[in-house]
Design a protein around this ligand. Structure first.
Ligand code: URP
Ligand code: ZN
Ligand code: ZN
Length: 453
């Protein structure tokens, strides 16, 4: 082989299947060869390092308007933090205004994402005002949005009949439906009852969204998906009740998938008992659960009852969180996790013995790429995009607002120590992170046309 642009030498390549020592040659944005003694114009020594695919985060909310607020990280700051943590592709969301077409809404959102530093895609949201626009789904799929978001909570929620119609339309285009599964009627009744009784503090947040009802909602939408004959991916699974339903569906051979997120793996509901704004900071929906749920989630990842870890990255500032201290139901929901996910899953998944390095890559890179139609990402093989992380398994990083690069003034993971952190991140063959510093350019990320067939 002639000399490549870049060769990563002497590292251990880790894929979802296997680990082996080989050099990686990169030319014109792609991996062009794997083997021994490859030579490149630039050679990077990866002795003692793991060479993994770039991680893929299929659930992020950047510059996302929610109620009176907009989530704190922009497409620039959020993707920069993601890249420093080893993530090289994200999937965010499009929401269509009642008087807009879905394609117009997609174009508006693409413009917003123009400063992204890594590649990106969008889930197209189907909200109640989109039910009479379902004939637009083939064009949306053609435009590269292979996945469609359905809410069972918030103002954007669909009722069961609308879920049936939306799932049929997604099935007809061969897309992947993703769902926020909670029982909104029960939640709103419980919130109203608590507020009437003066129970206004954040500790009432988990008590208004019981895990049994998250399980009920997940079970209901799994049943509708089964009736329709479509795969289904359940977002931000927080508790044993949902894991058990996904596991039962998998046992029956149904194409039902689920993700969990770092907040559910590292935090528990006692966080809401903290005084003042500290108790409001970790408000997210579904809420943080019990230590027993947490163990269940880790085991589910090990046993493939959950297939993916994404972040649901949706940060709000301390001041924004504090606006809900007189009424916990008004606290803007969401936490920051976009930077720490990949190293945290190595430290606490692999090093703690829950699963292998290959399963780590599968959960964070390969399965998200496969389920969401990133056809040239999530794997180290010839012909794939050269989205590569050179991961130092011995590098210690203590998480804090100072050490992280997210554009928000708190982190729920303050003091958590990672053993293992990306030394370098390459996106389509370009070195964009070196020794924890971003060295790329804003706007270099591209919209990826995703396809499931
Ligand atoms: O509370 C959360 N999770 N906020 C982000 C929006 C969502 O529900 O995923
Ligand atoms: Zn959600
Ligand atoms: Zn979300």
């Amino acid at each position: 082989m002639s000399t490549a642009d870049i060769v990563i030498k002497n590292g251990t390549i880790v894929t979802s299947e296997t680990s082996y020592k080989a050099d990686v040659a990169i030319q014109s944005e792609k991996i062009v060869a794997l083997g021994e003694n490859l030579s490149g114009t630039r050679e990077i020594d990866a002795t003692g390092k793991l060479v993994t695919p770039g991680a893929i985060d299929v659930h992020v909310h950047l510059e996302m308007p929610i109620g009176d607020f907009v989530s704190a990280d922009s497409f620039f700051t959020g993707t920069r933090a993601a890249a420093i943590g080893g993530t090289t592709a994200i999937v965010d969301f499009v929401e269509t205004q009642p008087d807009e077409t879905m394609l117009t809404a997609l174009a508006v959102r693409q413009k917003k994402a123009a400063k992204s530093v890594i590649d990106y895609g969008f889930h197209m949201t189907i909200c109640p005002t989109d039910i009479n626009k379902l004939d637009q789904l083939p064009a949306v799929y053609q435009a590269g949005c292979a996945s469609f978001k359905l809410y069972m909570a918030y103002g954007l929620r669909l009722d069961d009949g609308q879920i049936l119609q939306a799932l049929e339309a997604v099935r007809n285009v061969g897309g992947m439906p993703v769902v926020h599964a909670e029982n909104w009627e029960v939640i709103t009744s419980m919130i109203a009852r608590n507020l009437d009784a003066g129970r206004i503090e954040p500790r009432w947040h988990p008590r208004s969204r019981p895990s049994i009802m998250e399980g009920e909602a997940a079970g209901r939408v799994i049943n509708i998906a089964t009736l329709v004959g479509t795969p289904l991916y359940i977002f931000h699974v927080s508790c044993a009740e949902v894991v058990n339903r996904i596991a039962a569906a998998c046992q029956d051979g149904l194409p039902i998938y689920g993700e969990t997120c770092p907040q559910y793996l590292f935090l528990t509901d006692t966080a809401y008992d903290e005084a003042d704004v500290e108790g409001a900071l970790p408000v997210c929906s579904p809420p943080l659960r019990t230590p027993a749920d947490q163990v269940h989630l880790w085991e589910a990842l090990a046993q493939n009852s959950l297939q993916v870890v994404s972040t649901d990255h949706c940060p709000f500032t301390r001041a924004e969180k504090a606006t809900g201290l007189e009424d916990y139901s008004r606290i803007p929901g969401g936490v920051p996790s976009i930077e720490m996910r990949f190293p945290a899953m190595y430290t606490f998944g692999v090093q703690s013995g829950y699963f292998s390095v290959n399963r780590w890559v599968d959960i964070c890179c390969t399965t998200p790429a496969r389920l969401f139609g990133f056809q040239r990402k999530g794997h180290i093989a010839v012909g794939y995009d050269a989205d590569v992380v050179i991961f130092d398994p011995n590098c210690e990083v203590e998480l804090s607002t100072d050490s992280l690069h997210e554009d928000v003034d708190w982190t729920p993971y303050d003091g958590l120590v990672m053993t293992g952190w990306p030394a370098m991140t390459l996106s389509r063959g370009e070195l964009i992170v070196e020794d924890g510093c971003f060295v790329g350019q804003p706007g270099r990320g591209r919209f990826v046309t995703r396809r499931l067939t």
